[in-house]
Design a protein around this ligand. Structure first.
Ligand code: LR7
Ligand code: MN
Length: 581
């Protein structure tokens, strides 16, 4: 770690004048000493705005940061100023194209745009008037990066410095995750040395984003940890509303609205209101808009906080002690991915809350691909992380995760030891995943089985029944226990703890003790269409190389598996109930 210089001082006279009056520590627009020179006019405007700031009657709260030094930028005509889109100049297209891969966005344009450009204040009406407590906790801003584009990294840091009340920023910790680019090794330390609050930690080996964040967290000295990606632009007044939530309850994890910095033209774009962070199986993060009728019925305002089942992952504030009480991230997660699920489940199930704060807005460059390499296969890394999360947090619902990513259970991923994580969950006395579904994410479709009830042969109108440990065809009787089967996400056809299976090489059927990992018990139903579109409704046993279909016998009451034949009606089956869409 290099801790640079001493305490901050304002070296620009204009900036000093703009910030010394009244509650200067609250209103100060930033620590940016060199790049801002306020015009006379804007200076006056700033002062006018300062005088309008008001506090609560008891004096314990004040208005959120209402000025932004970059609103009167140095160079109003510069490309990208005020978040406007930029076009690649004529003749530079080739160069721009060539440089795209440095960051998987328009790096050429990023370099043209001022590192302290102004952006539009996209907060909903009312945010600027909101009050926050005078005694908000301080925060350590932690930004990890590996081979981040120079101008983008700088813009991220400047946006924090310029748009946060200085007294709330304890430090900005830049964690260099073993970057290979020279400019990040030498130039960065030199550049940042003029900002005393910026500390740089150069990791000695690639940690991956998750363990790099932990390295930052361990060195943080602020009360609250605020994690950010390294290609962001924090908008006006972004920080105070986040810290206010943590101040109100130390178990609240506060996320800004993540806006979009366009990867092609670098414009700053706002996003729709009323979006929740959610996931769909197999644990893919996404946004879901609260339906307008729900908004209307509950009179949800644009400025209201939105409780989210999961967070996007990159941008949030969390009480430092609470983060450590929760056991931080599972340190067994590698490189990238899944950590947002882990922390979200952990927070909710162990007594906390995750919120999006509409008055806090931060732009982020969304990219189609990671611009850095993964030490191991990217897909496998993410899958392995998700399996760890599923095994620790999802309880019996983990079958839905595996069932939606068919290959996951079979590929024998070495996910490492989970004992510590499971023990942590016990120690924290966390709720079950069922509780999470009922209380936090009731609109997630999570049927624990895919189909159930009697299993009818469509052509014969007969049902499968248990006869000791064999399975036979009988007249259907919905009230008979012996005819009840569940089709599970792990593709078992289950009667209590007994599973339908073909006798190897014989074609006959019997019931074996269930075993989630035994491939000899797995059937494809419905999703059989993946192999042969005409096989829907068939119950297929086997794999790509050899498919066998469950078949009823017309004259006797026997069952067998035989070569799949779409024309054979006796191979068509239906469960009594289906729970999938
Ligand atoms: O090995 C690595 N070491 C790093 O330091 C890999 C990455 N990183 C850094 C990287 O430089 C960047 O600053 O970690 C940060 C996140 O990596 P990105 O920007 O490549 O990730 P992303 O924006 O594509 O992905 C989202 O999901 C990730 C899953 O692990 C993280 O949680 C990211 O923080 C997260 N980003 C956001 O939530 C922003 C909004 C995206 C959405 C939805
Ligand atoms: Mn990112």
């Amino acid at each position: 770690i290099s801790i640079n210089g001493s305490e901050a001082s304002f070296s620009s006279p204009a900036l000093q004048r703009a910030t010394v009056s009244q509650t200067s520590h609250i209103l100060a627009g930033g620590l940016q000493p060199t790049r801002i020179s306020l015009t006379a006019k804007s200076h006056k405007e700033v002062n006018q705005r300062q005088t309008k700031v008001f506090a609560s009657e008891d004096g314990r709260m004040h208005q959120v940061l209402s000025i932004d030094m970059t609103l009167s930028p140095r160079d109003p005509k510069a490309p990208g100023q005020f978040g406007r889109p930029v076009v690649v100049p004529q003749g530079k297209e080739k160069e721009a194209e060539r440089r795209w891969k440095e960051g998987n966005f328009n790096v050429y344009l990023s370099d043209l745009i001022p590192v302290d450009r102004a952006i539009e204040d996209t907060r909903p009406a009312g945010c600027a008037k909101q009050l926050v407590h005078n005694d908000l906790p301080t925060t350590s801003v932690i930004m990890c990066f590996v081979d981040e584009v120079w101008s983008t990294l700088l813009r991220s840091v400047h946006s924090v410095l310029n748009r946060s009340p200085p007294h709330l920023i304890k430090e900005i910790l830049l964690v260099d995750d073993f970057s290979t680019k020279d400019y990040l090794k030498d130039n960065l330390d030199k550049y940042m040395s003029r900002f005393p609050k910026v500390r740089i930690l150069h990791l000695k080996e690639r940690h991956g984003l998750i363990r790099a964040r932990l390295a930052g967290a361990q060195r943080a000295t602020g009360d609250v940890l605020t994690f950010l990606d390294s290609h962001v632009e924090c908008n006006i007044g972004w920080l105070e509303p986040l810290l206010e939530r943590v101040y109100l309850s130390r178990k609240k994890v506060a996320c800004p609205v993540i806006e979009v910095i366009n990867d092609k033209d670098m414009s700053y774009m706002t996003v729709d209101n009323f979006q929740r962070g959610i996931f769909v199986w197999p644990m893919n993060f996404g946004w879901r808009t609260i339906p307008p009728d729900v908004v209307a019925k509950n009179r949800i305002k644009e400025t209201d906080v939105i409780r989210c089942p999961v967070m996007a992952g990159g941008l949030f504030s969390i009480d430092k002690n609470y983060f450590f009480e929760l056991g931080t991230y599972d340190p067994g997660l590698d490189v990238w991915g899944g950590e947002n699920m882990e922390l979200s489940f952990k927070v909710w199930m162990c007594g906390g809350e995750i919120e999006i704060i509409p008055c806090s807005r931060v732009g982020h460059i969304f990219r189609n691909d990671n611009p850095y390499s993964f030490p191991k296969d990217r897909m496998r890394t993410v899958e392995r992380n998700l399996v760890r999360v599923a095994e620790v947090w999802l309880d019996e619902y983990k079958e839905l995760f595996y069932g939606h990513g068919d290959h996951l259970i079979d590929q024998g991923l070495d996910v490492g030891n989970l004992t510590q994580q499971r023990e942590l969950r016990k120690k924290l006395k966390c709720q079950s995943f069922k509780w999470y579904l009922e209380n936090v994410f009731p609109d997630l479709k999570a049927p624990i089985v895919r189909a159930s009830g009697v299993l009818i042969n469509v052509a014969l109108g007969k049902c499968i029944s248990m006869e000791n440990t064999t399975a036979v065809l009988e007249d259907c009787d919905g009230s008979s226990q012996l005819q009840q089967f569940n089709y599970t996400w792990l593709r078992l056809i289950k009667h209590e703890d007994w599973c339908l299976a073909p006798v190897p090489d014989k074609g006959a059927l019997r019931l074996n003790p269930c075993d989630n990992r035994n491939k000899g018990l797995k059937w494809l139903h419905k999703s059989a269409s993946v192999f042969h579109s005409e096989l829907v409704n068939h119950i297929v046993f086997g794999n790509y190389h050899q498919l066998l279909c469950l078949e009823g016998n017309f004259s006797q009451k026997t069952l067998k598996v035989a070569a799949c034949d779409p024309k054979k009606p006796y191979q068509k089956w239906k469960f009594e109930k289906y729970f999938e869409d």
